[in-house]
Ligand binder design. Structure first.
Ligand SMILES: [Zn+2]
Length: 476
């Protein structure tokens, strides 16, 4: 009887435990969200209860070192490839490739030539090659046919499409008959307003509050679609923003002859292509021109920037100090806020929060690299990562399966305006253990029923045996 019971119990345990563990080890759903230009410390500028809700019930990384140059397209491509700019090939928002003899320009939306993107393979393609489906709402590059593929579902880029419409598409794809396992959602702010107002402006307060409301809307929609407890939501950004000033302008026209070069990439990293035979003239004229401008020959770029081994990095690169603007002359457009500077500067760093079954709760980590996100995404999606510059081991401690007991989130000593406004009911503390307990109860209940059934089935036989044995005695 015991071997039978053990076997049946094992079968039931095996049947019930996948309900508990499926989200720990099997196929996971991932939604990656980028709020462009959301600097790491915007979380503390004004109350941001929705961001703090995610931090309280998920993970938060305080300092994310993004990649140089700290611009939108290079960093968004890093998030989905795990590569430095020199390796994925999107080295700037504006590029010229001398081998292809082609230009790429974000300003003119001349970004659709696949050849610029095909030095790497973004995660949605790898995900689809593994037999899964992906959906992208305006994520940079997702409406470009890369390696002959688009995401399974995508929205052609159109900045006038509202956040709500983008969220609706994401929810539709996650809840369709053939649901996606990877969603990518992009929103243009607070970058746009950060450029216009400057990050130090008090008017940035309402802009950040608006982003927090948008996150709240996304959370409500995920809950309404019964996705909230099922989905691994990662909220990040490409870069931060720093305050500029009309007092801090470097005018190239003061030092260089306009006919000697073409300006490919713009402030705060000027990518300079000297005209034929003019390299030395340009370099020497600019090298010591301004105390807040550091000028590099391409091959002399600091190793830590990983920004020299690509044809699209121009022969001379001039990098402004934080808060300084490079213009050809003062008639060029001036921005009160900008980014693109050295990625070691804290003001260039983005946010990183995550919530979901794969992540620990109430856990804060000090630092990671933005290149580490890609192997983490591949791990969650159970797909094999392409070669990359990140490391899963750098971020493994964010995962609940690595260490089930979370270290409590300790609040920073900086002003935490957003931390004291609970808008939500507390979430389940340990859904994993609740699942385990339910599985165990099923096994115990079944075992009891089985034993009872076994005893009942034995009773008539015993009774019959007694009757048979007793019969001769009665006859005797
Ligand atoms: Zn920007």
């Amino acid at each position: 009887m015991f071997p039978q019971l053990l076997l049946v119990s094992c079968i039931f345990a095996a049947l019930s435990l996948p309900m508990t563990f499926s989200l720990q080890s099997g196929q996971q759903k991932v939604l990656l969200v980028s709020f462009d230009g959301f600097r790491w410390d915007y979380l503390y500028k004004v109350p941001t209860p929705n961001f703090h809700h995610v931090m309280e019930y998920g993970v938060h990384v305080k300092q994310v070192t993004n990649i140089f140059i700290t611009k939108t397209y290079p960093n968004h491509y890093t998030l989905v490839t795990g590569l430095f700019a020199e390796s994925h090939g999107i080295v700037a928002n504006d590029m010229f490739d001398p081998i292809l003899n082609k230009s790429f320009s974000l300003d003119h939306m001349n970004i659709y030539d696949p050849e610029f993107w095909e030095e790497a393979t973004p995660i949605w393609i790898t995900n689809q090659r593994a037999g899964h489906t992906s959906g992208a709402a305006m994520w940079p590059g997702t409406d470009v046919k890369i390696h002959n593929s688009f995401p399974t579902h995508y929205m052609p880029y159109n900045e006038s499409v509202s956040f709500e419409e983008r969220v609706a598409k994401i929810i539709e794809w996650f809840t369709s008959k053939e649901p996606i396992n990877l969603g990518l959602l992009y929103w243009e702010d607070p970058d746009d307003m950060g450029h216009q107002l400057g990050p130090d402006s008090p008017l940035m307060g309402p802009v950040i509050s608006d982003i927090d409301h948008k996150l709240g809307y996304l959370i409500r929609m995920l809950k309404r679609a019964n996705l909230w407890n099922d989905i691994n939501l990662i909220i990040t950004s490409d870069h931060g923003m720093t305050q500029c000033s009309k007092e801090r302008i470097i005018e190239l026209d003061k030092y260089l002859d306009k006919d000697h070069y073409t300006l490919i990439g713009h402030s705060p990293v000027a990518a300079i292509l000297p005209k034929e035979g003019k390299f030395d003239d340009v370099y020497e004229a600019l090298a010591d021109a301004h105390p807040n401008l550091t000028v590099y020959k391409k091959e002399e770029m600091p190793e830590r920037w990983h920004y020299k081994y690509n044809n699209r990095v121009q022969p001379i690169v001039a990098v402004a100090d934080e808060g300084w603007h490079i213009l050809q002359n003062k008639s060029d457009e001036f921005l009160l806020g900008n980014h693109g500077y050295d990625n070691a500067l804290a003001e260039m760093h983005p946010i990183f929060l995550a919530h979901g079954p794969a992540f620990r709760e109430n856990f804060t980590k000090e630092a990671m690299n933005s290149t580490d996100l890609y192997p983490l995404l591949c791990h969650l999606l159970s797909i094999t990562a392409m070669p990359h510059n990140g490391s899963l081991s750098n971020v493994q401690d964010l995962l609940s399966s690595a260490t089930p007991k979370a270290i409590p989130y300790t609040q920073s000593t900086t002003l935490l305006l957003g931390s004291g406004l609970p808008e939500y009911e507390p979430e389940e503390a340990y859904p994993y253990f609740i699942g385990l307990a339910l599985g165990s109860i099923i096994v115990i209940v079944f075992s009891v029923i089985f034993i009872k059934h076994l005893i009942h089935s034995q009773v008539p036989a015993l009774h019959y045996m007694h009757t048979e044995i007793a019969q001769p005695l009665l006859q005797a």
